[in-house]
Design a protein around this ligand. Sequence first.
Ligand code: ADP
Ligand code: MG
Length: 309
Amino acid sequence: MAEFSIIDTYFNRPSYSSVDLGVGDDSALLTPPPQQQLVICADTLVAGRHFPIDTDPHAIGWKSVAVNLSDIAAMGAKPQSILLALSLPQIDHHWLKGFSQGLYDCCDQFGVSLIGGDTTQSPHLTLSVTALGWVDIGKAVPRSGAQAGDLICVSGTVGDAAFGLKYPDHALKKRLDYPTPRCELGQALKGLAHSMIDVSDGLAQDLGHILKASHVGADLHLDQLPLSPALQALPNQQKWQLALAGGDDYELCFTIPSPALDELKARHCDTPITVIGVVKETQQLDFYHHQQPQELELQGYQHFAKTTN
Ligand code: ADP
Ligand code: MG
């Protein structure tokens, strides 16, 4: 089976109506909605590095889309479409069927179209997804807007995916394999949040990116971290390790003035949100447990003030 029949068989479903021309021509065509800015990002997954080679292909398909929609959400934008660059060592129909189904399942959940891509043969299985979305001009939520006094919030629960990686037989493994991009919340935060990031490398690291970009610091309250029951049951150091340095959560972390948080709640966004701290002028991240300062030894966590990139 040649490249073209792989595309026709697995990657040529009809687009949603917002797409003028999808898979099949030399390029896709989109009409920008009036007064909107293009939001675009890409993420590459390499088999054996980003996921074990025997991972369920359906989960790989889902996750390759979900991680990109999470980046679009973290800008306060609405996702519209994706492109897929696929490098395959051989044609494995079982794998392609599961992968494409997982990819479309995630696309369909969020009204996103696969509008094009590239298919090549290569010794390593590599997937690169590019996502496109739209946001009102000038309204995207950057990492760099945090201000002293902002409340620091996180959606959902943190540390579940890391727990699932450690205990693959636990139900939380699903949080690792099938992350849910917070698309609705991201858009609801447009015009309200001062800064935002999606949590992919662990909450401490990713909050650190906001603080560094915004030239501010934060007090974080460990007793307020939103944790699933399985994590709550762990000793403190273990739960903090997973919740703050675990990664793969794909929750949104944002900073917001208190009145804007009340307004967000009035917008009836269903996503659970927890206030976990407050932004301060002093450029360091300090941890507290029941109001007491707490030293933390987190493996795999680089203190934001000491990183050079
Ligand atoms: P070209 O040679 O002009 O680059 P291709 O033969 O690579 O075109 O692709 C043919 C069409 O199929 C194009 O519209 C391209 O965007 C699309 N396409 C190729 N690979 C994929 C893929 N993995 N997923 C979705 N669309 C794809
Ligand atoms: Mg090509």
